[in-house]
Design a binder for this molecule. Structure first.
Ligand code: AMP
Length: 226
């Protein structure tokens, strides 16, 4: 099962993505996680990417596109993958579509979490990361996943913020990229919706309303994946 997962920063995409990964037992490939891992290990890729990430800009396509296309060739991807955070613009969408066609790989599902821009922004600023597991959901502005005091609600681990989560200017820049329907992420989503429209609904498009709480969105997604 090959799945693309879209949603603006702050839509709960990472949390829902973890659920989809479990359900299909496929690797959850998150571009942002790969970059942050490279930054913490001090790799050349990490050093190159850090400035762009801190400013809320996209890491250039010449770095990002080959990094992801190479990742999809790794052994764990043979039974499928869940791509999260890629493609983030129209150029990446076209490059991915072309690469998949060349390899004879089909795309099965495109999931999009639809969320108002202002709500997404508030959610990012409330996000807290567990030092033990990035997938433990904690947000000081969302009742259902509020931390336990200043500790992780799942495991009691220490919490930290991501530097780019607290920078309003960087958040606005990221959302400008996401909501851009000419060349940005919404344009990438529309690209695959057009592919689906031309190919008898393949890939299947699943649009989710991101406004309700995490549990409701997860239930909606579960129901529509069966
Ligand atoms: P995320 O964790 O998905 O919010 O990503 C954090 C940052 O990584 C983004 O703000 C970008 O700077 C960079 N990034 C993530 N995905 C991509 C992508 N597909 N293309 C370029 N840069 C990306």
């Amino acid at each position: 099962m090959n799945i693309l997962f879209f949603g603006p920063n702050g839509s709960g995409k990472g949390t829902q993505g973890a659920m989809v990964k479990e359900k299909f037992n496929i690797p959850h490939i998150e571009t942002g996680v790969i970059f942050r891992d490279n930054i913490s290990r001090g790799t050349t890729l990490g050093k190159e990417a850090k400035g762009y990430i801190d400013r809320g800009e996209l890491v250039p396509d010449r770095i990002t596109i080959p990094m992801i296309l190479d990742r999809l060739k790794e052994d764990d991807c043979t039974k499928g993958w869940l791509l999260d955070g890629f493609p983030r613009n129209l150029t990446q969408a076209e490059a991915l579509d072309k690469a998949l066609k060349q390899e004879g790989i089909g795309l099965d599902i495109v999931i999009e979490i639809v969320l108002d821009r202002q709500i997404a922004k508030n959610r990012i600023m409330g996000r807290r990361l567990c030092v033990n597991d990035n997938n433990h959901p904690n947000n000081i502005y969302i009742e259902a996943i509020r931390p336990n005091g200043d500790k992780c609600r799942v495991c009691g681990g220490d919490l930290k913020t991501r530097s780019d989560d607290q920078d309003e200017g960087a958040i606005d820049k990221r959302h400008n990229i996401y909501y851009d329907d000419k060349t940005g992420t919404v344009a990438a989503i529309n690209y695959f919706k057009n592919v689906s429209g031309r190919s008898n609904g393949f890939p299947r498009i699943i649009e989710l309303d991101g406004k309700p709480g995490v549990k409701e969105v997860a239930a909606d997604l579960q129901a529509r994946l069966t």
